[in-house]
Design a protein around this ligand. Structure first.
Ligand code: PLP
Length: 446
C-alpha cells in the first residue's frame, strides 16, 4: 500500500514538474526579472504570499479585471489583490479621485475632507461602527483593536483561532509563526462551538478579547456557522471580553459585511483592503463609548498616531469607492451574482463527479479538492493541499490568475466572459487531471 501511495505522489510531482517546465518556457522575462530582484530583496520578494515556484510572474499593466505580464501574456485576474482589488485595475472614478487629491496637495499634514467623508460612509454602513479611526493596513487595524481591548478591559489574554490570519504579525498557521507580536494568545478551533465556549468560560476574567474572521480566509475560506458566531457574542458578553470581528476581507460581503449578514454586533470591527478603493488603508471602529477613548480633546486620551493614517490619496479613493461605486445596493447585487457563480461551479464539479468544491461565500472562495464543504480547518486533507500547485500552474498557463493556495476573489469589472473563462479552464483541468486527483485523494485518506 505504501508503494502505491508513493507512486501516486510521484505522478503528482511529475505533473507539477511538467506544468512548471511549460511555465518556464513561456515566461523567460519574468524569470530574468525575478533573478535580478534577488540581488536587493530576499528571494526577490517583499511579500511572501506572492511567491510561488519556480518564480512569480512580473506584471506590467492592468485594465478592468485583466492583467498583462512582462512576457506579454494577458490574464483574467482572480487573485484580485486578495480582495483589495474589488474595483479592478482602471476604475475611472477612482483614478480621477486620486488625481484630484494629488492636485490639492500631496502631504498636507492636517485633517482633510477626504477622511471625514470616508469615516461617515463606514459609520453609516456597518452596524457596529459608531466611530472609526484610520490606519495604514488591516494588520495595523487589528493591532490597534487588540491593544485597545487590553487597555479597555485591563486583561491580557486574547483568544484566536488556528489557521486564522489577522496580519503579518498576527497569524496562526499549523507550523507556528516566528514573527508574531508577543500577546498572550490562546488557540481554539474555528467552528468548534462547544470547545471554544468552554475555553472562554475557563479563561473567565483573564480574557481581554476574542478576535475572529467571520470567514476563516487564509485558512481555506471557511464560513463561521451562525451557531458558532452567536456563541462568541454570547460568551464574550457574559465574561466581559471584547468581541472583535476582523472584516478586513469580509466587509465586502453584502451591504454591511458579515456582521450584517449574521445579524451580530461585535464590540470592535476592523476593515481594510478594498475600502481604500485599492489604495493602502485600514480602519478600526466600534461604539461611541469605546472610541471616545481616542478623543484628543479629552484628558488622558489614548494617543493613536500614524503619519499616513489620513493619506489623502487613499481617503479620496476610498470615499469615491464606497460612496459612489460599491454602494449598499451594488454590494447586495454583487453578493447575489457572485454567490450564484460559486454555486454554479459546485454544480459543475458535481456533474463531472470530480472531488472539487468552491468553499466560501459570494465573491470570496477557494477551490478545494474534496467532495463536500469544508467546515473546519482540520477537514483540509494533505492530498487537498498537495494538489494546489498543479491547479495554480495549469490555470496560469491557461491565462487565469488564481491565488497559489486556490482562492478566487471576484471583482466588479468582471463580465460573463470572465466567468466563462474560469469555468472552461477548470473543465480543461478536470479533463486532463481527474484520474490523478482521485488517486491523490485516495492516498491522503488512507
Ligand atoms: C482577514 C485579514 N485580516 C487582516 C489582514 C491584514 O491586512 P493587510 O495586509 O492590509 O495588513 C488580512 C490580509 O490579507 C486579512 O485577510
Amino acid at each position: 500500500m505504501h508503494e502505491k501511495a508513493n507512486s501516486n505522489m510521484n505522478l503528482l510531482d511529475q505533473a507539477i514538474e511538467d506544468a512548471r517546465a511549460r511555465y518556464i518556457a513561456a515566461n523567460p522575462k519574468s524569470e530574468v526579472a525575478d533573478n535580478s530582484a534577488g540581488a536587493h530583496m530576499p528571494g526577490g520578494n517583499t511579500r511572501a504570499v506572492l511567491h510561488y515556484d519556480p518564480y512569480p510572474l512580473t506584471m506590467v499593466a492592468g485594465e478592468g479585471a485583466e492583467l498583462v505580464d512582462v512576457d506579454g501574456h494577458r490574464y483574467v485576474d482572480f487573485v484580485g489583490e486578495f480582495s483589495a482589488g474589488l474595483f479592478g485595475h482602471s476604475e475611472e472614478k477612482i483614478k480621477r479621485a486620486v488625481h484630484e487629491a494629488l492636485d490639492s496637495g500631496i502631504v498636507m499634514g492636517a485633517p482633510t475632507r477626504y477622511e471625514r467623508e470616508l469615516a461617515a460612509l463606514l459609520c453609516t454602513r456597518f452596524p457596529s461602527i459608531d466611530q472609526v479611526r484610520f490606519c495604514n493596513s488591516g494588520t495595523e487595524a487589528n493591532l490597534m483593536a487588540l491593544s485597545a481591548a487590553r487597555a479597555l478591559t485591563g486583561r491580557d489574554r486574547i483568544l484566536v483561532f488556528r489557521e486564522a490570519y489577522h496580519g503579518g504579525v498576527i497569524k496562526f498557521p499549523a507550523g507556528g509563526q516566528m514573527l508574531n507580536v508577543p500577546h498572550d494568545f490562546l488557540l481554539a478551533d474555528y467552528n468548534d462551538t462547544e470547545g471554544t465556549a468552554d475555553l472562554i468560560r475557563r479563561t473567565g476574567d483573564e480574557l481581554a478579547a476574542v478576535i475572529v474572521e467571520p470567514i476563516l480566509g487564509a485558512g481555506g475560506n471557511i464560513p463561521g456557522s451562525g451557531e458558532f458566531m452567536e456563541m462568541l457574542r454570547y460568551e464574550t458578553e457574559k465574561t466581559g471580553a471584547l468581541l472583535i470581528f476582523d472584516e478586513v476581507k469580509t466587509s465586502r460581503i453584502g451591504p454591511a459585511g458579515m456582521q450584517g449578514e449574521l445579524g451580530i454586533k461585535p464590540d470592535l470591527t476592523t476593515v481594510g483592503k478594498f475600502i481604500g478603493g485599492g489604495l493602502p488603508t485600514g480602519a478600526f471602529g466600534g461604539s461611541a463609548e469605546i472610541m471616545s477613548r481616542f478623543n484628543p480633546k479629552q484628558p488622558g486620551f489614548w494617543n493613536h498616531a500614524g503619519t499616513f493614517n489620513n493619506n489623502a490619496c487613499s481617503m479620496a479613493a476610498g470615499s469615491v469607492a464606497m460612496g459612489q461605486i460599491f454602494t449598499p445596493q451594488r454590494a447586495m447585487e454583487f453578493l447575489v451574482s457572485s454567490e450564484a457563480f460559486r454555486v454554479s461551479l459546485n454544480q459543475m464539479f458535481a456533474a463531472l463527479a470530480v472531488p472539487m468544491y468552491c468553499n466560501g461565500m459570494g465573491s470570496i472562495f477557494a477551490v478545494h479538492f474534496t467532495h463536500k464543504p469544508i467546515e473546519k480547518a482540520t477537514d483540509i486533507s494533505a492530498g487537498n493541499r498537495s494538489l494546489r500547485p498543479l491547479l495554480h500552474m495549469e490555470m496560469l498557463l491557461d491565462g487565469l490568475l488564481l491565488c497559489n493556495r486556490g482562492d478566487l476573489f471576484l471583482s466588479l469589472p468582471m463580465t460573463s466572459a470572465h466567468f466563462s473563462s474560469v469555468r472552461v479552464g477548470l473543465e480543461k483541468f478536470i479533463d486532463r487531471h481527474k484520474p490523478l486527483i482521485e488517486q491523490v485523494l485516495q492516498v491522503s485518506h488512507r
